[in-house]
Write a protein that binds this ligand. Structure first.
Ligand code: URA
Length: 436
């Protein structure tokens, strides 16, 4: 209904009326909701009005139909891509974001090595969760911005593309997300679900696997809320004709042994070479299986492709296609500071959120969208929960370009890990699989 909301210059609805319906716990009629999104995108509905509306949604929720209409309205605000002409199935993955979450890097080439196209249109990091593009920009020469022609050519050839999402996809979401960010309304499930899914549906993928994280380093700290978000997004994808499944995964502990940018690329390459930390391998394999099942290859031997070099070949091709040099040395930090164990025992806890904040304070992430990231900054972990440690043994190393950053990072890490007498009970990394 974009562009059809005004009749001869007269607006058919009134923002105060729409806000009041949601404030009073009612259901906003579809045409009024479409108008609200369209009128906000074109600047007729003011930021103050949309802030009130998003707060009303946060407090009172939305029905499944309202969420579907809101998602459609955000898709209709911009372009809708189609990969139909490629002649091969397309499958994408979206993670709700976590600490040390570098899974997209090994996953995209791994899945593409089975002849499937993986259009991974990604964003940059803001706050304590890192951005995939920031990580890849550690590779000398690598270019995030591709034209649509370059994107199609690379999908047709290499199969895997990780690049910047163009500004034409769901512009309503861009404006709405920036507003939510400064009005305390990011955490509303209907708003998160419509924001993520509008971009993914507009992107034009045939199928989608969602990695919905719960725990201290995730958007959703609470597992029940994460489950509700996953179910909402799976329903939205399915209703729009995108085959969608979700995995509910634990983000209480950082993923793998690296948090940052260049160090996360290094670890991803280890996974592609058939090694790497067990949790990163487990999640990469689980997500690849889901993606390949949706793309019609439920029996694909994913582990073999990591062991026999096929996934690594696809990675090297993918990096080269975007002008990166897969053999170039990665940036190294100028300063390091290693924290050691104060006693013998077992590492019982390592909280994802403070480690994410510390890596961010070291320069690995940005506080404002326009800030640069320091590619060599971050944290290398030497142990994970359940590992036995001896007094004096290195626990983790802070990496920075400027040693004045260490104090603020160390402050974030106070109380973030614990050495005890007994190993913690092990929790599954993949808790649940959610399907339509
Ligand atoms: N990521 C998005 O793209 N949107 C949200 O609302 C939250 C996370």
């Amino acid at each position: 209904m974009t562009g059809a909301q005004t009749t001869g210059g007269v607006e058919p609805f009134d923002a105060v009326q729409v806000i009041s319906i949601k404030r009073d716990g009612g259901v906003v009629p579809g045409d009024a909701l479409r108008w609200m999104i369209d009128a906000y995108t074109r600047g007729y509905v003011a930021d103050a009005q949309m802030s009130a509306f998003t707060m009303a949604v946060l407090l009172n929720g939305m029905t499944r139909e309202e969420i579907r209409v809101m998602t459609d309205a955000m898709i209709a605000s911009g372009e809708r891509m189609s990969f139909g002409a490629l002649g091969k199935p397309t499958v994408d993955k979206h993670s709700t974001g976590g600490v040390g979450d570098k899974i997209t890097l090994p996953l995209a080439p791994l899945v593409a090595s089975f002849g499937v196209a993986v259009p991974q249109l990604s964003g940059r990091g803001l706050g304590h969760t890192g951005g995939t593009l920031d990580k890849l920009e550690s590779i000398p020469g690598w270019r995030a911005a591709l034209s649509n022609d370059e994107l199609f050519a690379q999908l047709a050839g290499v199969g895997a593309v990780i690049c910047a999402a163009g500004s034409g996809l769901a512009p309503a979401d861009k404006k709405l997300y920036a507003l939510r960010d400064v009005t305390g309304t990011v955490e509303a499930i209907p708003l998160i679900a419509s924001s993520i899914m509008s971009k993914k549906i507009a992107e034009g993928t045939d199928s989608l696997v969602l990695d919905v994280k719960f725990g201290s380093g995730a958007f959703m700290k609470d597992v029940d809320k994460a489950r509700e978000l996953a179910r909402t997004m799976v329903a939205l994808g399915t209703d729009s004709g995108v085959a969608t499944t979700a995995l509910l995964t634990d983000m209480n502990t950082p993923l793998g042994l690296t948090i940052g940018n260049a160090n996360e690329v290094r670890e991803s390459v280890e996974v592609l070479a058939g090694g790497g930390p067990a949790d990163v391998v487990e999640l990469t394999v689980a997500l690849a299986r889901e993606m390949l099942a949706l793309a019609g290859q439920p029996d694909a031997d994913v582990e073999k492709a990591l062991q026999d070099g096929r996934a690594m070949d696809a990675w090297r091709e993918m990096i080269r296609a975007q002008d990166g040099d897969p053999d170039a040395p990665l940036p190294q930090p100028r300063e390091t500071h290693t924290v050691t164990a104060s006693a013998d025992g077992v590492l019982t806890r390592m909280e994802a959120l403070p480690f994410g904040i510390a890596a961010w304070r070291l320069g690995a992430g940005r506080a404002r969208a326009q800030d640069p990231v320091i590619h060599a900054a971050g944290i290398d972990l030497h142990v994970k929960p359940g590992d036995a440690v001896r007094a004096g043994q290195p626990l983790f190393t802070l990496l920075a370009d400027d040693e004045t950053r260490f104090a603020r990072a160390a402050e974030a890490l106070e109380g973030a890990w614990e050495i005890g007498a007994e190993a913690p009970a092990s929790a599954p990394l993949v808790l649940e699989r959610i399907t339509a």
